[in-house]
Write a protein that binds this ligand. Sequence first.
Ligand code: F6R
Length: 616
Amino acid sequence: MCGVIGFVGDEASPEFFYNGLKRLEYRGYDSAGIAMLSHGQMYIERAEGKLSALEKKLVHLPLKTSLGMGHTRWATHGKPSEANAHPHKSGNIVILHNGIIENYKEIKSFLQENGYVFESETDTEVAAHLLHYEFHKNTILLSPLENMKRSIFALVSRIRGAFAFGIICTDIPDVLFAVKYGSPLVLGLSDTAHYMASGIAALVEHTRSILIMEDREIAYLTAKNKEIVTFEGVPVSRKPIHVSWAASMLEKNGYDHFMLKEIHEQPQAIAQTINGRIDKSTGEIDLQSYGIHHIPLKNINRIQLIACGTSYYAGILARYFLESHTKIPVEVELASEYRYRTCTVNEHTLCIAISQSGETIDTLQAIRYARTHGAHTLAVVNAPGSSIAHHCHDESLIYAGPEVGVASTKAFVAQVTSLIILGLGIAQTQNIMTSTQIAAVCEQLVHIPYLVEKTLSLSSSIEKMAAKLIHLKSVLFIGRGPQYPVALEGALKLKELSYIHAEAYAAGELKHGPIALIDDEMYTVCLAPRDSYYEKTMSNIEEIRARGGKIISIGTTGDHELKQLSDEFIEVEPCAEMILPFLTTVPLHLLAYWIALKKGHDVDQPRNLAKSVTVE
Ligand code: F6R
């Protein structure tokens, strides 16, 4: 977590760093800081709390600089406070960090024995002092630049963990140092400046020419030049990528919150994910355009979907369609647990990492593990140039556009869409489905954006409903078949945004224990559109009703029976079964949004969270 931005070039203002941090605030928002070098003097301002707290301090910074850095923090070591906010300074050296230094305690003791006094509780300050120690150890024959290069090598050879560092030394006023190992870091290239950042979102308004740093690399950046070497000092040459995200995509564009905007972008996200990959008239799936270039789909006889959080739920939902279309067994794996079992993949296994950010460390580690054990690996990701994509054999972008709200919404539906297309592509390659059968599914796929768009009109009625539900302490969610992962997604959204306890169960599991929770105060959100499982789910709803439980149901338009059983009834259009989970997801995202908003919460930045989870 944490967002870092750095600049070396002709001229940058405090607002440049502040605005860059705003683009990265989704990565952490408990404190922030900016360092700017001006006329040989280092100016640092830091503030506890959201970035807006730092805004008030920008006046204390110089009007412009040719070298500076900024940081927005998600606390790991040390509580959110100004003292723990980055950047950290040790004499002439200033450093900021995204990641965790695992052996910081032992290094701290060493540095304390050598007279260093610590002002924060962070692991990062250890890196600042260690670098300072190295820099001042043996300087006689080296220029400050060569000395710093040597000191950084010494630093990275001594610390363990994950780190993306930005480093400035007042003795070297024209160089920004960027170091990457295990945490994301990209460089932005332009004619007059070089940039570094944790994510491309911070850079697209300045340059779309992005160079993705790899692990174990150090960049020495000046306004006009860049040099990249490995931790072993071997020069690296890599071409930049051109990023299509426009800065305007990172604005709220008239919506009050990014989350609401992104919920309303779900039709587009689905349509863009489909675009150019299917031909509904011939039933042909264009696997090249999908991103399959190396994986031999013909030989695949087992699929593992590996992900965290909402992306994991997208995997559970996609499994229904993948299994039904490919007839291949599909397992859905929590990335954070994946490596704790014996890995049994082989050259016939396709492991798919599903990740909006493409940076989630658990997913990254899991997919690397699967690849090392012989599986074919595919990244289904939203952010271009991500670490997860880099570590997979192939990459398929979902084209949802940048997702800024911390709670994932449009990426969920785009991920499911993408995996349905992949399933059809596998079925085509292995001759499991005829082109006529594939065309029939494609026909349904292309209708989804339109039906989701119609479902979005429920927003105002859900807003009214939400006002009545803000007092709730706990809510259950139930669904059967493809509605079960939708229930999981709905419960996650409600708890992370509104801080109301919420649990989702497969509807059939209720009677195996959770039904004991039902009383006349307990609300259950019941997903019961008219699908193959409808009657069984209705029986479960009756069971809740019989015990006095309150019911919020999401069903099909005109379902009077369900409406009568319900305290609140939300209706979605009758449609094909594959489309239904897309439609029932929309009201659940809206419900979580409106309840959280009415409770006065920050819906775009819920407490304790960060969007890109780069710690294990
Ligand atoms: C929930 C949410 C998280 C993410 C999870 C994985 O709203 O956003 O649960 O889905 O942290 O993130 P990605 O998809 O970036 O790997």
